[in-house]
Design a protein around this ligand. Structure first.
Ligand SMILES: *[C@@H]1O[C@H](CO)[C@@H](O)[C@H](O)[C@H]1NC(C)=O
Ligand SMILES: *[C@@H]1O[C@H](CO)[C@@H](O)[C@H](O)[C@H]1NC(C)=O
Ligand SMILES: *[C@@H]1O[C@H](CO)[C@@H](O)[C@H](O)[C@H]1NC(C)=O
Ligand SMILES: *[C@@H]1O[C@H](CO)[C@@H](O)[C@H](O)[C@H]1NC(C)=O
Length: 406
């Protein structure tokens, strides 16, 4: 028994000596493993199972050989363990008798990259193998913000060094697109060694603006376009379209935001069923979400004037559509009037003038009511009132327009 221990210790020591000699020699049979930054990673290693196992995981660093993890006398031996690996390593001890010497390394950092040696020995003999570790912090989110016609695309916490490219759909002639001339990209490294990338360019108003960030084998794209502004009023309903097909809705997550920051609602499909969540601040305004992703709003006040963004996202891509909603207090933009407006533009102007004067004459104008969140019954009465007014105005309007039209 004592001889057994001595022989094992001797074997351990001899092994260390051999290691020191051979560790710098390159080995064609390396196993390559890509580990994800901050996650756990398994470094594979196996040997012919037998008794009296000795396992050393080692890493040549500069000219020294760091001990990552050692195991002999049927137990972990961590006295020599290199400082950066303290508390982060484990063997699968129950698997060692089966010839599995794989190492679990927790909380991967960029310093963990490199070549590791796995030395194993049993009474039958010894073996060495190498594992090459690459670390990746894949691009996760590509954020696009639009402000004063300058579009900013950014992504953070990436490794290896990312690339960012802009394009448009339909494609624009690069030499004439002011966007590509003003394009400027900057990259910085954070304290963990990860890259942050940011780029700005002139917004191409009439096209879809596309920003793509690539790192390693991972590519993520975010697109942004702006559609024509919409009009709303405190007393009307507004439907802001997102222009999504039903199939897109089932594969993408949909988020409506206000002024690009405040989340209004999120919708996603889980097990083929739509799940919608409306933010507490918006339950009063959000009426519904249509099958095509349109946001239906009502009971709007001036504070709801701003940019509404519809964001469709999968793990790979994000598509943003911005729509400016202008709130015009007191103006009736109901379907009935819209039809009249469409039939004669001249009549519309006159109708608007007439409505304004009528509303001024009426001291209980809908403008004040619209702001004060009145009970439903009053609201219904009010709507009937308005409808009666409209009918009267409609007649007046068309009567006037026939006079105007020769
Ligand atoms: C290498 O090891 C020597 C002696 O153990 C130590 O003095 C030196 O600082 C080490 N170098 C590095 C880069 O770890
Ligand atoms: C060793 O065991 C671990 C944990 O069960 C497993 O993930 C790994 O695939 C095994 N490796 C080999 C070479 O059997
Ligand atoms: C943006 O500018 C950088 C350097 O100024 C250039 O390398 C890159 O190709 C430009 N990208 C586009 C899409 O024009
Ligand atoms: C909506 O989508 C259809 C088909 O995908 C497209 O032809 C149309 O131009 C889109 N409309 C807007 C306003 O983007």
């Amino acid at each position: 028994m004592a001889w057994g221990l001595v022989s094992m210790t001797l074997r351990g020591l001899m092994l260390m000596v051999i290691l020191l000699w051979t560790v710098t020699s390159t080995d064609g049979g390396d196993v390559h493993v890509t580990c994800v930054f901050s996650e756990d990673c398994v470094l594979p290693c196996s040997f012919q199972p037998d008794s009296e196992e000795v396992i050393h995981w080692l890493k040549p660093e500069d000219k020294n050989l760091s001990t990552i993890h050692s195991y002999y006398y049927s137990t972990d031996q961590l006295k020599q363990q290199s400082q950066p690996y303290r508390g982060r390593t484990a063997l699968f001890n129950d698997q060692i008798p089966k010839g599995n010497a794989s190492l679990l390394l927790r909380g991967i950092t960029l310093q963990d990259q490199g070549r590791y040696k796995c030395y194993t020995s049993t009474i039958k003999g010894n073996k060495e193998s190498c594992v090459n570790i690459a670390v990746e912090a894949p691009v996760r989110l590509v954020d696009i913000q639009l402000s004063d016609d300058i579009i900013t695309c950014s992504s953070t916490g990436i490794y290896p060094e990312p690339k960012l490219t802009w394009s448009t759909d339909p494609p624009s002639d690069l030499s004439f697109d002011p966007g590509t001339i003003q394009n400027s990209t900057s990259i910085k490294v954070d304290d963990r060694g990860l890259y942050d990338i940011t780029s700005t360019k002139q917004f191409s108003r009439d096209r879809t603006n596309i920003c793509t960030v690539t790192s390693g084998t991972v590519e993520r794209t975010t697109t942004l376009k702006q559609q024509d502004p919409f009009q709303g009023s405190p007393s009307s309903e507004v439907s802001i379209p997102c222009n999504v097909s039903q199939s897109d809705l089932m594969t993408f997550d949909l988020t409506w935001r206000f002024n690009q920051i405040v989340t209004i609602l999120t919708s996603s499909y889980t097990n083929g069923r739509p799940q919608m969540q409306v933010d507490d601040q918006w339950t009063e305004q959000v009426q519904s979400l249509s099958d095509s992703g349109s946001l239906q709003l009502h009971k709007l006040t001036m504070v709801h004037q701003g940019t509404y963004s519809c964001e469709l996202s999968t793990a790979r891509d994000t598509h943003l559509i911005l729509t400016y909603l202008q709130i015009t207090p007191g103006q009736q933009s109901r379907g009935r009037i819209a039809v009249i407006v469409a039939s004669a533009a001249a009549a519309a102007v006159i109708i608007a003038v007439v409505i304004c004067s009528l509303l001024k004459a009426n001291t209980n104008g809908p403008n004040e009511n619209g702001h004060s969140g009145i009970p439903l019954q009053n609201g219904e009465e009010r709507e009937e009132d308005i409808e009666r007014q409209e009918q009267g105005q409609g007649e007046e309007g068309s009567a006037t327009s026939t006079i105007l039209m020769p």
